[in-house]
Design a protein around this ligand. Structure first.
Ligand SMILES: Nc1ncnc2c1ncn2[C@@H]1O[C@H](COP(=O)(O)OP(=O)(O)OP(=O)(O)O)[C@@H](O)[C@H]1O
Ligand SMILES: Nc1nc2c(c(=O)[nH]1)N=C(CO)CN2
Length: 167
């Protein structure tokens, strides 16, 4: 058994429906915790609409590749096609960290599965929802999520807004 932290994002189509459908599907995979939905400004070089993001924790009988495969299945089910790097999408599911049951982090530098996710530590849209689920969370090699959030530009953190409060 392994425990995985997954980041979900969508900025095309019915964003909330895409995230909720994926989170519901993950109940079959051992969903442990899920954040609420957050509206977040687009991160990265591509101009595009705002995202809805969420973070979930799952624990089940998959290895790290198994979680990556499951992420791909959920993206396909949401109608994702091959697209621009960092560009808009109906659903993006990233594997952020994977931990063995004895607490050992799974590390990988393979291009098709890099763990921990190489950009998670600088993304408020990952760190802020994750921190609500696990105040003691750590990214191996990067530090405590609470400290990483504190090190981000305050405007980046403030721009991650609970979506249920917006409606
Ligand atoms: N930890 C990881 N989680 C998800 N995909 C990963 C990971 N490490 C490597 N990849 C690979 O990244 C490739 C590109 O993924 P994708 O198109 O989702 O990138 P992106 O979403 O534009 O960028 P980012 O991964 O920074 O969010 C995938 O084919 C996948 O195999
Ligand atoms: N706010 C936000 N920005 C992004 C996201 C995302 O999920 N949320 N995903 C991206 C895909 O690489 C690029 N930029």
């Amino acid at each position: 058994m392994t425990r995985a932290v997954l980041s979900l994002g969508a900025n095309l189509g019915d964003r909330a429906r895409a995230l909720r459908t994926a989170i519901t599907a993950l109940k079959d995979d051992g969903l442990v915790a899920r954040s609420t939905l957050y509206e977040t400004p687009p991160w990265g070089p591509v101009e595009q609409p705002p995202y809805l993001n969420a973070v979930v924790v799952v624990r089940g009988p998959r290895d790290a590749r198994g979680w990556l495969d499951r992420a791909g299945e959920l993206e396909q089910a949401a109608g994702r096609t091959r697209d621009v790097r960092f560009g808009p999408r109906t659903l993006d599911v990233d594997v952020i960290v994977v931990t063995e049951d004895d607490g050992t982090p799974v590390l990988s530098d393979a291009p098709e599965l890099t763990l921990p996710h190489p950009r998670a530590h600088e993304r408020a849209f990952v760190l802020v929802p994750w921190l609500t689920l696990d105040p003691g969370a750590v990214i191996p090699g990067r530090g405590r999520v609470a400290d990483l959030v504190a090190a981000l530009p305050p405007d980046d953190v403030a721009a991650v807004v609970r979506w249920d409060h917006l409606r």
